[in-house]
Unconditional design. Structure first.
Length: 178
């Protein structure tokens, strides 16, 4: 059984090991993609509701690493490690995500950024090494709800960036006219 939220077609070869979550975000894909490329952005929206993030190191490039701690609302710290394996601006990011560099339970995620008129549809497809690890992520760690909350946080953050960018552009235009 594939756990799919908000669209996305399952890959039949990995269907029992994957989670697919998608969301339309009201901003150009370049801006949505940018929110993944700089730690100053990621630290403002990454994670489910109530979580905060502390970055230890961050290098956004293929082969680069994001080493960070997610702090849960109950005070629990979660050690996290992401290695970026492919970056195709502004279309796709592929990464391996685990607790550490050598985590045998690490999973792969592919994020695609698809233009949809004035919006961007982001699709996050995560494939776990086993069905059991996927089921554990869904049942114990509430991965579907957490993923939906994370994309909701991204949408709110990007909307704020978009508004602020529009406001700056409008101010600059009025200044040039005046």
């Amino acid at each position: 059984m594939t756990t799919t939220s908000s669209g996305g077609e399952p890959d039949r070869t990995t269907a029992d090991r994957e989670i697919v979550i998608s969301r339309a975000i009201g901003a150009p894909r370049e801006l949505v993609f940018e929110a993944f490329t700089e730690v100053r952005h990621l630290s403002r929206w990454w994670g489910p509701e109530g979580f905060t993030t502390t970055t230890r190191s961050f290098e956004f490039r293929a082969g680069g690493v994001w080493d960070f701690v997610m702090h849960g609302p109950d005070g629990t710290d979660y050690q996290e490690w992401i290695t970026w394996t492919e970056i195709v601006p502004p279309e796709r990011i592929t990464l391996v995500h685990g607790e550490s560099r050598d985590d045998p339970d690490a999973f792969e995620s592919v994020l695609t950024f698809e233009p949809a008129g004035e919006e961007t549809r982001i699709v996050m497809r995560t494939v776990f090494p086993t069905k059991e690890l996927r089921d554990q992520a869904v049942e114990k760690y509430h991965a579907v709800e957490g993923g939906e909350q994370t994309l909701r946080n991204l949408a709110a953050y990007v909307a704020e960036l978009n508004r602020n960018g529009t406001a700056r552009n409008e101010t600059a235009r009025k200044g040039a006219e005046g």
